[in-house]
Every structure is written in C-alpha cells, then in structure tokens.
Design a protein around this ligand. Sequence first.
Ligand code: ZN
Length: 321
Amino acid sequence: MLLTPEQTRALYGHAVKNRYAILAVNADSPAAITDCLLAARECDAPIIIETSLWQLTGHSFGAGNPILGMDRYLSDLRTIADSKRFAEVPVVYHTDHIKGPDTQRILEHAIASGASSVSLDSSDLSREENIELMSSLCQFAADHSFPATLEMEAGVDDGVTPLEETDELFGAVEKVHPEYLSLWAPGVGTQHGLGSDPNAFSAEAVQEHRSRASEIAGREIGIALHGSSGLGEEQLSSAVAAGVAKVNWSSESLLIRSQAARSYYAENAGKLENGHSDFKNTAMDHGVQSFVSSAYVSRVEARVRSLGGMGRGTSFWEGNR
Ligand SMILES: [Zn+2]
C-alpha cells in the first residue's frame, strides 16, 4: 500500500528505532517497479520507490515533461501498490535527485500530489540556497495544509560532511519549520556510481550525524545513505547499526537490469528475424522484462535482507495501521 507522508514519517522512525534500513530503488520503468514490489512482498519488507529528474523526464514517464512524468509515475505506482496483491507491503514514493530551475515547482507538485517523502539534489546549491529551498517546501506544505515528510542532504559526494553542518543546515530548517524533516543525508565517504572506493565509507560519521540530528530535532532522525552501490555486506551492516534508515540503490540496480537485457537479446538474436516462428513472443516487451525480472528480483531480495528488512512490513503495520 502506498504510504501517506504521515505513515512514511512513522516508517522512517520505525527503521531507526529498530535498527534496520529500507531499500530505496531508482526504478526507471513500470517493470522495474513491479519487480521491486515483488521482492518486498517476498521479504515482508517495506520498500522505497524513488525517482530522480532523469526518470521523471525519461521516455517511460514524462517524455521531457517532469510534471507529466510524476503524474504518470505516481498513478502507476499507486495503482499497483494499492492492489490486493501488495496491500500488506508498505510502499514509499520518494523524489530523489531533483535539481535545476524547476526544482521548487516539481517538488511542490510532489507534495500536492501526495508523494510519501521528498528530497532534492543540493549539489549545485550554496548552503543558503539549500536552506531556502527546503524551507520554502515546508512553507508551501504549511500554507496548503499538506502533510510533508522531507529528507535534507549536504554534499553527499564530497567526502565526510563536517558535523557542524548538521547544525547549520539541518538545524536551520528544523528550527523554523519543526517536524517536517525525517531523514538527514550528509556525506559519509560514499560516492554515487560504480567503482568508488568502499573503504572511504565511515560508519562513525553516520553515527555522529544521526546522533546530532536526533538531538537537534528531539526525535529519532535516520541517515539516508547515497552511493551505496559499491558497499559490501559488512559495510552495509555497519551502516545500519550506526543509524542508516534509508539506502539508495541505483547504479548496481541498473547494471543488473541492463546486463540481463543484453543477455536476453544476445541469446534470442536468431528469433528476432522476420519469419521466425517465435518472433512475436520474443519481441514483446513482456519477453525481455520477464527475463530481466528472473535475474533481478532475487538480487533486490538479497539487498533487502542485508539491510535487515525481513519481516519489517508486518512489524511496522502492527503499530501503524
Ligand atoms: Zn543519491
């Protein structure tokens, strides 16, 4: 079931309190969304389905128009997440890397449309601009009486963020607009993409930032981990133990899906000839997508397991129905 912003805030709190993290997948096609929900259902785990600007404007959704993209994406996700098959799966829709001149308009649209939680990409923003944009989203929600649950970030690709920035950024928004922030995403040594140095990750930084943000807010604030693709099992476990509540997963997920699709077309090249008796079944979108699914779903499940997500769906609903 697609969670409201209030339920999502409760879910993030549940994750920090019980020391597990929720997998957040950049699912960039309707088939990828289906696969993530199947994996979450199998694990009885909550799942976050998130979109960056490139997905909203991408060909499967907005075809250049991010607002249209969000409407299409959210209606697709809501339809499948609210279906009987997935009624017991806590599903979050989150806006991930949104940047550029349309950021405020896109995110106000997300809040007005019932997005479960919202964040933006602050990499091109000054400290002041980051605070101003986050504050304006809180103000927009307050002005229209919309619930909103936010993740705030700071230089996630720039090494370990100094602890003072938790006060200067997170603290500045929390002070003027209390209760909207649920996640804090400082840099903790990870980098987006594949091939980054996994040894640069600092669980200690996670622990310190979590504890400082929670102290400022007076409630449990989880850390959102960006750039997790290069981390191994051991590092993920230490991240979760230190207070990571949300783990973004994009590059490795894309790698698994694209390599499976490559194998499918390589293995079936002969059937894609005009006149082959199995041409139609092979050429249909269902052909490649079901092949990709058989390679991908178990990998999502493995990632959910390594974040301690097994059985957390039922345990979340027990207190939050
Ligand atoms: Zn990220």
